[in-house]
Design a protein. Structure first.
Length: 277
């Protein structure tokens, strides 16, 4: 029997809606055999997730999704199989978390100026209090009646030219790959089809990533169509990258993205887990 992998998911340690333990229980119920926790810019949920996964008999992969600014664009790099206690990793995380805190406060200030008061405190109430992201502002703005859905909030408030937009000033691609490698992990470009890039631009990102020591490419993602999977598979082949698969699950309230229900890795690709068992 082939194992079911899901190597990209979020908990309440970042912007997911299930606790790390609940996420592992949900994955187990969905039939996942090998599960990663990859919260944004934090390893805070790993210990709880590992304990629960072990109790449930699942293989657990400690991970993280790190925020990068590359050519004035935000991209995400997943680290899999990391030592969460790595000092270079934790030093990098601190820089990212400091920026996240400033950005959250600045989003609040800009929304207040635009006539939407107290949104920072309301967003904080939707978070764990340590990591306040745009999705927490989105949930708070929906609850306050300023939009019908989280997606609508992003379009109305949180993208370029809108009142709550604050550009990212994240880590350098080379630094993030280095932190992951120094923590004993593998660096993976997350959900590559989601970036609004031309084919040429995406391949430049891949080339830079590979040159810096990146190893993997999230060919199968919860946000990828069948055509996306085939296109991303060809990029992975061209650059000799390991193929990864992850739902990018944030919670059961998004039923179109569930754990472990991913397309199989296309033929001719070496999966990122080829040497794990």
């Amino acid at each position: 029997m082939s194992l079911i992998y899901d190597l990209h998911a979020h908990s309440t340690a970042s912007d997911g809606t299930l606790s790390p333990a609940e996420l592992m229980q949900h994955a187990h119920a969905a039939g996942v055999n090998v599960m990663a926790l990859t919260d944004h810019d934090t390893t805070a949920g790993i210990a709880e997730a590992r304990d629960t996964a072990t109790q449930l008999g699942m293989d657990f992969i400690p991970g993280i999704e790190l925020s990068v600014t590359w050519n004035n664009r935000t991209v995400h790099i997943v680290g899999l199989g990391i030592d969460e206690n790595s000092e270079p990793m934790q030093a990098g995380i601190k820089k990212l978390m400091d920026f996240r805190q400033w950005r959250a406060e600045e989003i609040g200030r800009r929304l207040e100026k635009a006539g939407y008061p107290d949104m920072y405190e309301k967003a904080k109430a939707y978070s764990n209090g340590r990591l306040i992201g745009r999705v927490h502002f989105a949930r708070a703005l929906v609850a306050a009646g300023h939009a019908d859905t989280v997606g609508a909030v992003f379009k109305k408030f949180l993208v370029g030219g809108k009142p709550g937009f604050v550009p990212g000033a994240w880590a350098e691609l080379g630094d993030v790959v280095k932190w992951i490698r120094e923590a004993g992990g593998r660096a993976i470009i997350a959900h590559p089809a989601r970036y609004d890039m031309t084919r040429t631009k995406l391949r430049q990102l891949i080339a830079d990533f590979k040159e810096l020591g990146g190893e993997g490419f999230e060919v199968c993602s919860g946000s990828h169509s069948k055509d996306d999977v085939n296109t991303m598979a060809q990029h992975a082949r061209d650059f000799d990258l390991l193929a990864s698969a992850g739902s990018d699950f944030h919670g059961p309230e998004n039923p179109w993205v569930n754990l472990g229900q991913l397309a199989p890795i296309p033929q001719g690709l070496k999966p990122v887990w080829h040497d794990w068992h």
